[in-house]
Design a protein around this ligand. Structure first.
Ligand code: GLA
Length: 753
């Protein structure tokens, strides 16, 4: 095909999957993703911006009636006496504040005169191919042929404040990335007291709200509640996305299943304080909002300056919760995760944390490495305790110098010896922290986040470094970079083991103290960007006391995140199900650990621990020299299993089949290859039951026309029939025999015949 015709054909193809239009006549913007439409309207002489529609793909933009401007109280040009009633009911695309919309808004300011009124009207727009990066922030990305963007410029003409609402859509997934930029075109500085990143008004159709809640070692449990009148919100004011609540919410029809029904969702590409809220109004409409938590937030914007709020990913799925999940997975795998490991198998690692805690030295680590390499494990990770004089968790954070009384012979010697075994070497760091018992703190007590005159609140006997100060960032970064340059270190686990408190920076003036937490988050991003730029071959794994900072913001820097300090196989079923509701399996740090489990004291079979860890990055968190021989002997089998299935697990489509948190007895999920040529089903019988029949399991996602055989039929001796059509597996299902005992697991590999 000649080049110009080829280019034309590509444009037609792309526009079939995604398109953004503005209809001058009815003043409607329409954003079409492969299966959804999102519409925004401009109304009245005052150019109010309204949310019109979000749902299944529509062929027409003739939708202005949905904004109900033809009903009382009417638009202000027709009825200004009831202006507040209009503002309080109109489905706003993005809100103003203090002028008559009494629902909670997404945006608020305080002028130098102390006033808080702000009103935003449409001024202009721009539609373009591709997507611009967000200054200093993690964000989804895509080439000119992969995504399109709409920027809508709104303005408060009194304050001379511009707000740019950005919407990007993607040709390969039903997601919309939204963000907000504020530009001060006025002559005076202004304080931004709230700049949320997305707001969406729509009618409530008896929706239920889904959020993820948790605690240390119990991260991301799925919680579902009906939406009631008034506000329901989750959030974090802990300086990180947190164990406790998660920057994700969905609202769905009550009858939704994994495969059918309406689901709307928002996920915040950010790692600091957040709020996610749904408010149902007096008239039954709902307003969903997400963004930086306004508590303790106040940003001073000087004339000419801009403020960029982070990105929210919006997803609508008519194909139930499973459809929502697969849209997020696709978006994050293709348009958020970067680096050389983006599409690559990760080395199987062994981490010494639960093996030794702080009690290790070169000899002990080399013993572990020797044994591990003989079993096929590919990388040794030296966890907390290698620096300063850290022999417990009371000291030395900030003193990033190798403790040669433990690491005898020096770090380079240790790493070289590990490399000689054919293994890679990785290291643990916690750059954002400072121990009061550290040379760094004795030299720079002012470098900790603190309120002058108050004794700071300790957590794990440590303070948080004030990274908003460049000299602090540079000092810590340089120390850690020097360690990384001193030996062949190919992996870093970046930890964060306490949340922020005592918010105060000795580096910021009084009227900028409200910028601290966001600036701290930006500083974290800057440091991680620097790290992956200076060390492009490094595998970075983020972590925060387990999984307290498992969010899309961190995924922009590290392709994997430690999911939880709880590596018990049964606890992990819930933690991983909640995590995989939004995030691809390739991102979930998951290890086989020793028993009785160090967190819950439970004993589960070694095989079960292996099958559950297979749903994540896969590795070991145990002293391989000390575990029972029978367990050790199983490691080569598990290593082979990882190599056989990891491509499928990392790249395939994930389907939830049954969850023991709902049924109390068993858990089941499948990963299906994109070309539907194979699937891996994981089945965990959490509790055995007496006197029961086999259990019927339906396996979705396969090609109805194809026939599949159970490739590992030898592992399922009770199942006599080993070949099934895809539609049979999906709709009629397969019979899984009762297995004797608790915590038993098996996998089933289905292959196209
Ligand atoms: C956190 C991490 C653990 C381990 C310890 C070390 O809790 O989640 O995996 O690295 O810190 O102190």
């Amino acid at each position: 095909m000649p080049v110009s015709r080829m280019a034309l054909w590509q444009t037609v193809e792309r526009n079939r999957n995604m398109n953004i239009t503005y209809n001058e006549k009815n003043r409607i913007f329409k954003l079409d993703t492969p299966n959804t439409s999102y519409c925004i309207g401009v109304v009245d002489e005052e150019n109010f911006l309204g949310h019109v529609y979000y749902g299944r793909l529509l062929g027409s933009d003739d939708l202005a009636y949905l904004m109900r401007t033809g009903e009382p109280p009417f638009v202000p040009s027709e009825n200004n006496r009831d202006r507040t009633s209009f503002l309080d009911t109109f489905p706003m695309e993005y809100t103003g504040h203090n002028l008559g919309d009494y629902r909670e808004g997404a945006f608020s300011v305080r002028t130098m005169g102390g006033h808080t009124g702000v009103s935003l009207s449409y001024v202009s727009h721009r539609i373009y191919d591709g997507k611009e990066a967000l200054d200093g922030l993690p964000a989804t990305f895509g080439g000119n042929d992969e995504c399109k963007t709409l920027d809508i410029v709104c303005e408060d003409s009194i304050l001379k404040l511009q707000v740019v609402l950005s919407y990007s859509i993607f040709a390969d997934t039903d997601a919309i990335a939204r963000s907000v930029k504020v530009i001060n075109n006025g002559g005076d500085a202004i304080y931004l007291t709230k700049v949320l990143s997305a707001c969406m008004d729509m009618d409530n159709a008896d929706y239920e709200m889904i959020t993820l809640h948790g605690s240390w070692a119990r991260e991301r449990a799925i919680q579902t509640c009906p939406i009631r009148k008034g506000k329901q919100s989750v959030g974090s004011v802990r300086g990180e996305s947190s164990h406790q609540e998660h920057p994700f919410m969905a609202w769905k029809s009550r009858t939704v299943t994994e495969e059918a029904g309406d689901v709307y969702a928002m996920n915040f590409v950010y790692s600091g304080n957040f709020i996610a809220q749904i408010e149902e109004s007096q008239f039954g409409s709902i307003r969903a909002m997400m963004g930086i938590h306004p508590e303790d937030f106040c940003w001073k914007l000087e004339p000419g300056e801009r403020f960029q709020a982070p990105e929210v990913i919006c997803v609508y799925s008519a194909k139930g919760l499973g459809g929502m999940t697969r849209n997020f997975h696709e978006l994050y795998r293709n348009h958020l995760i970067r680096g050389i490991y983006k599409d690559k198998k990760r080395p199987i690692l062994i981490n010494n944390w639960e093996a030794t805690y702080f009690d290790f030295d070169t000899d002990k680590l080399l013993d572990i490495a020797r044994q591990a390499s003989a079993l096929g494990i590919e990388m040794l990770v030296m966890d907390d305790g290698w620096f300063g004089h850290r022999n417990d968790d009371n000291s030395s954070l900030g003193d990033w110098f190798v403790n040669e009384s433990k690491i005898k012979g020096g770090l380079k010697y240790l790493v070289d010896e590990v490399n000689k075994l054919g293994m890679k070497f990785g290291i643990w760091v916690e750059p954002e922290m400072i121990s009061p018992d550290s040379d760094l703190y004795r030299e720079h007590p002012d470098w900790a986040i603190q309120i002058p005159g108050r004794v700071g609140s300790l957590a794990r006997n440590q303070y948080v470094l004030d990274l908003t100060r460049k000299e602090v960032r540079d000092c810590v970064y340089d120390r850690i970079a020097a360690v990384l340059r001193s030996a062949n270190i190919e992996y870093v686990k970046w930890d964060m083991n306490r949340q922020l408190s005592d918010l105060g920076s000795l580096g910021l003036p009084a009227d900028r103290q409200g910028e601290l937490v966001h600036r701290q988050t930006l500083a974290l991003y800057e440091m991680q960007e620097r790290l992956i730029t200076d060390f492009p071959n490094l595998l970075l794994e983020n972590c925060s006391g387990g999984g307290a900072r498992f969010d899309p913001g961190m995924l922009y820097y590290s392709p994997q995140i430690w999911c939880s300090d709880d590596a018990d196989a049964i606890e992990r079923l819930s933690i991983q199900a909640g995590t995989a509701l939004v995030y691809p399996l390739s991102t979930m740090g998951a290890h086989v650990s020793d028993c009785p489990n160090h967190t819950v004291g439970r004993t589960t079979p070694f095989e079960t621990r292996g099958y559950v860890a297979l749903a994540g990055t896969f590795g070991y968190e145990l002293d391989v020299t000390k575990i029972p021989e029978a367990d050790r002997n199983r490691i080569p089998e598990q290593v082979a299993m990882y190599h056989k299935y990891n491509d499928l697990v990392r790249q395939g489509d994930y389907y939830r089949i049954a969850h023991y948190a709902d049924n109390h007895f068993y858990d089941c999920y499948a990963v299906v290859a994109k070309d539907q040529s194979e699937a891996l089903v994981t089945y965990v019988q959490v509790l055995g039951r007496p006197n029961v029949h086999s259990r019927r399991i339906c396996i979705p996602g396969l090609d109805s026309e194809k026939t599949y055989v159970i490739e590992n039929a030898a592992d399922w001796p009770e199942i006599r029939q080993t070949a099934y059509r895809g539609d049979t597996l999906h709709y009629a299902g397969i019979h899984v025999p009762p297995i004797s005992g608790d915590f038993k697991a098996r996998i089933m590999h289905l292959k196209e015949k």
